[in-house]
Design a binder for this molecule. Structure first.
Ligand SMILES: [Zn+2]
Length: 427
């Protein structure tokens, strides 16, 4: 039933997406970014979106040849259509912290609001914006629509958080590269030299490991010298509170090492100082922790002895939509994955539709599921345990960068990363 619905949906999607192949960026868009600010409100069971404003930003950095995101990843997608013909002219898939929060126990009893931001190139004419959320069966359902007319919108072109942006490594035009932007969080004005050194070292961490190492030239790296009042970040469990530009904090959803910021609007305000496809928030703290949310942002501490490992792992989440392959730690989510449907992450499977995942990379003689025996340690297979549960979710290798700090990316994760790089470079 679910599978036929998925098939039916993909036929519809293909029909909608097809016309765009013959169209170009210049047919529909002009320079600049239309930034739509919204607010999520909801509980575990309900999601509402409310419109809060439009801004005009300078830097669109995404691929210009493929404006429709080809990956069916993420908990959300937004579609931009020409308001007259209905033609799909832009699609983007992503995740949010709001959606993660909805799976915590707090969301069962409390209604909360989270800021949200959507960005796409500035349209030439009137467009319809549709936001879709994935339902329990994994199907995108339209949750909000709005008509936006660039000729009548009073979009604020001003800059609320102007900071100096620095080029750390430029390998080509933004439309043909993956643009990583480091933001300083918890660095005082006198600590900006440290931040730039930390950002350079962090970039080197990412490119110290395959498959990023072989593709360094596919990336541009920049950094925004965003100044905080205080040094460090909030550690609520220790009663430590800091006044920082991006409002980051440990103990997200009660989990000590889960350092994030719920203030995505401030993140986007600071990031709008430069080109970016991926935001990396670097936090001036030695404490272990971080987070990575697909096409939303990555965040990690700059000075922990495990910063290298955490940084690469979190970037795997945020850049390639990789899921956590571990399942033993105390993660505060309830029923995060529906075991009756395929998770959207490229490196996790419920075996409901394994051929849509890495079945083509499993040799015929490898048993499915694959027992966790030492002789299979270097074999791509289907190992039970992943996505925070020990039963019903399977991962591709016994160990991987998405499973522990002691391994590098498995072949399945590497392929997903390389596919995402190609989406940006057009190669
Ligand atoms: Zn993996």
């Amino acid at each position: 039933m679910i599978r036929s619905a998925v098939y039916f949906l993909s036929v519809i999607l293909l029909t909608f997406f097809q016309p765009l192949l013959s169209q170009t960026f210049d047919d529909w868009f002009t320079e600049g970014v239309m930034r739509v600010d919204l607010v999520f409100t909801g509980t575990a069971e309900t999601t509402d979106y409310a419109f809060s404003g439009i801004r005009k930003e300078l830097y669109y950095s995404g691929p210009r040849r493929t404006l429709v995101d080809p990956f069916d990843y993420g908990d959300h997608q937004f579609l931009v259509r020409d308001a007259v013909s209905g033609t799909l002219i832009f699609r983007h898939t992503y995740c949010t912290l709001f959606r993660e929060w909805q799976t915590t126990s707090e969301a069962d009893t409390l209604k909360k609001a989270f800021p949200h931001v959507i960005r796409f190139p500035w349209p030439k004419g009137r467009v319809t914006l549709e936001i879709h959320d994935r339902d329990d069966a994994g199907i995108f359902q339209c949750a909000w629509t709005g008509i936006l007319d660039p000729s009548t919108l009073y979009a604020d072109p001003g800059h609320s958080q102007p900071f100096e942006a620095v080029d750390l490594e430029i390998n080509g035009p933004p439309g043909e590269k993956v643009d990583i932007l480091f933001l300083a969080e918890g660095y005082g004005a006198e600590e900006m030299d440290k931040f730039i050194a930390d950002a350079g070292r962090s970039a080197d961490y990412i490119f110290s490991e395959e498959p990023f190492k072989s593709h360094r030239k596919a990336f541009n790296i920049r950094a925004v010298k965003s100044v905080s009042q205080d040094s460090g970040t909030d550690i609520p469990g220790q009663g430590i509170w800091k006044n920082t530009i991006l409002n980051s904090s440990f103990y997200t959803f009660g989990l000590e090492r889960y350092m994030t910021t719920l203030d995505f609007r401030s993140v986007c305000d600071v990031a709008s100082n430069a080109h970016y496809d991926q935001i990396y928030i670097l936090v001036n703290t030695p404490k272990y922790g971080g987070g990575g949310i697909y096409n939303h942002y990555s965040i990690s501490s700059a000075d922990n002895e495990k910063s290298r490992e955490v940084l690469i792992h979190e970037f795997g989440h945020a850049f390639a939509g990789l899921g956590d392959e571990y399942y033993t730690s105390a993660v505060a989510y309830n029923d995060y994955f529906n075991l009756q449907a395929e998770p959207w992450n490229p490196n996790l499977t419920t075996l409901v539709d394994f051929s849509s995942k890495w079945k083509d990379m499993v040799q015929e003689r490898t048993p499915v599921p694959t027992p966790s025996l030492d002789k299979y340690r270097k074999t791509v297979g289907v190992y039970e345990g992943g996505g925070y549960v020990s039963k019903g979710i399977y991962r591709p290798m016994i160990d991987c960068r998405m499973h522990s700090n002691d391994a590098t990316f498995c072949p399945v994760c590497s392929r997903a990363i390389e596919r995402m790089i190609r989406r940006h470079t057009g190669g």
